[in-house]
Design a protein around this ligand. Structure first.
Ligand code: FO1
Length: 321
């Protein structure tokens, strides 16, 4: 008899989330399991030049559809920038933020549907009809939630300005998500978590990708009460971030850039946190005992997502953890 096939939910954002989601899809296809539900961070969404941008939603959608720019890590492969040049000529938008022509097509379609009254969840459902994604994508919430960065010098910047214009070089004091207190999980999010056998925290930025998802009122509670096992994958290998600038974000919230510190930041479910198990890289084997003592099962595996097979092996290890 075939073993029962796991129902899987993933919390994800950014490039780490995209690569991991591809691995989850491949691993589940091998197992013949149902499509996973991926709850995507929308905390870094924004309005720009009259259109709604959803960077993490689009990164994951484009990656699943195989149309993403794998070199830049965002946007569409082979995109052109004619409209962007025109926007710059008008002095519209942000001169340091590029909107590709194909990407703008996505933003225009989304904005049109939002203006017609569709919710972000419905819009995403509509977008997913274009490509066979093999994953059910849900935004973390239908509410508009921002991410602001409070700088050491007292200024407050939108996350995208801090991240893309200043490359996270301006020292942050804190991150805030205006709108989050009144947000509710998007339809289907808490039900999916409740019905899951395994919930996976992707190796995404713990502060600005996974952090906003966990901060939506009701999500943390859903993770704490589900009968699913909750397994996280470390975005830190050997004391360094794999990609991006998560180390700057972690330092700002007082968390050391180490696999163990990020796991302790999420916390054990047995101690008011959300994790049952944590995948650690082989480089961080020494931290396993510390995590076990904190009530988090430590599973050591190679964690470099060098290609889809490597990501699938990580996803499979997380499913078995
Ligand atoms: N990242 C950049 O570094 N520079 C850009 O000009 C840029 C434009 C852009 C446009 C649309 C979009 O969906 C994403 C875009 N990104 C860009 C990526 C994005 O801002 C960040 O990497 C993520 O928000 C962090 O997860």
């Amino acid at each position: 008899m075939r073993p029962p096939q796991p129902r899987v939910v993933v919390l994800a954002g950014g490039v780490g989330g995209s690569k991991f989601t591809l691995g989850v899809r491949a691993a589940l296809r091998r197992l013949g399991a149902p499509e996973a539900t991926v709850v995507v961070n929308t905390g870094d969404d924004l309005w720009l030049s009259g259109v709604r941008l959803q960077p993490d939603v689009d990164s994951i959608t484009y990656a699943l559809a195989g149309v993403n720019d794998t070199v830049r890590g965002w946007g569409r492969a082979g995109d052109t920038e004619r409209v962007n040049e025109e926007l710059q000529a008008w002095g519209a938008g942000w001169p340091w933020f590029t909107l590709g022509d194909l990407d703008l097509g996505t933003h225009l379609a989304r904005t049109g549907w939002l203006r017609e009254g569709l919710t972000p969840t419905q819009v995403l459902g509509r977008m997913a009809q274009r490509w066979p994604l093999g994953i059910r994508l849900l935004p973390m919430t239908d509410s508009e939630v921002d991410t602001h960065v409070l700088l050491e010098d007292g200024r407050r910047l939108h996350f995208q300005e801090w991240w893309t214009r200043h490359r996270a070089q301006l020292p942050p004091r804190a991150f805030e998500n205006p709108g989050i207190a009144d947000a509710v999980p998007a339809p289907g999010v808490t039900d999916a978590i409740a019905a899951a056998d395994v919930v996976l925290l992707a190796p995404s930025n713990p502060v600005v990708s996974i952090g906003p998802i966990l901060a939506v009122p009701g999500v943390r509670e859903a993770l704490r009460t589900t009968s699913a096992r909750v397994v996280g994958v470390s975005p830190i290998i050997g004391g360094r971030v794999v990609r991006g600038m998560a180390d700057v974000c972690l330092t700002a919230i007082g968390v050391e850039t180490s696999a163990a510190a990020v796991a302790r930041h999420y916390g054990a479910r047995s101690a008011e946190g959300v994790l049952d198990a944590w995948l650690l890289a082989e480089e961080d084997t020494a931290s396993a005992a510390e995590l076990e003592a904190a009530g988090i099962r430590a599973v050591v595996r190679p964690l470099w997502m060098s290609d889809e097979d490597a990501s699938a092996a990580i996803a499979e290890a997380a499913l078995r953890a």
